[in-house]
Design a protein around this ligand. Structure first.
Ligand SMILES: [Zn+2]
Length: 152
């Protein structure tokens, strides 16, 4: 017997759908607004709070650095983001080169993630492809090693 799943319920082939079927709550209708609101809130916080100033003492410290004494791939990212938002690119790069060179990819990923369904399908498929993902993970690991060897 053929069954179709609608909203988590199984519908047999002899039952008619009455047009009452609807998309689940997580259909993505609010996703762009929630995503953009969160991004703006984080950007405002990163712009306002200087991690190198007195208010920075309240920010969480890196557990990897605390536990091992080595920088993790993300160390300096908060300071770099603060510097980037104040358009101090050289300072941002000095805090975390990898974050700065990742910005175009991160922006592309955010754009395709919040774009209306069906649009930018090729870009979405390419950006979230395994080769890109695995390459990014490999580069992150290389960056992790290199930054601790060169103390950058
Ligand atoms: Zn870290």
């Amino acid at each position: 017997m053929l069954h179709t799943h609608v909203c988590g319920m199984r519908i047999g082939e002899n039952q008619e759908l009455t047009g009452m079927e609807h998309k689940p709550a997580s259909s993505g209708k609010w996703k762009p607004a929630v995503f953009l609101s969160a991004a703006v809130a984080i950007a405002v916080a990163l712009y306002s709070i200087d991690p190198t100033g007195p208010s920075g003492q309240y920010l969480p410290h890196c557990p990897v650095r605390w536990a091992t004494g080595f920088d993790c791939p993300g160390c300096g990212a908060t300071r770099a983001a603060h510097a980037l938002l104040h358009l101090r690119f050289a300072e941002a790069a000095a805090y975390n080169y990898f974050l700065v060179i990742s910005i175009p990819l991160l922006i592309c990923a955010m754009v395709v993630e919040i774009a209306p369904a069906g649009s930018l399908r090729r870009c979405r498929k390419m950006i979230f492809s395994r080769p890109i993902l695995y390459s990014y993970i490999a580069l992150t690991l290389v960056w992790w090693i290199v930054r601790n060897i060169l103390s950058i």
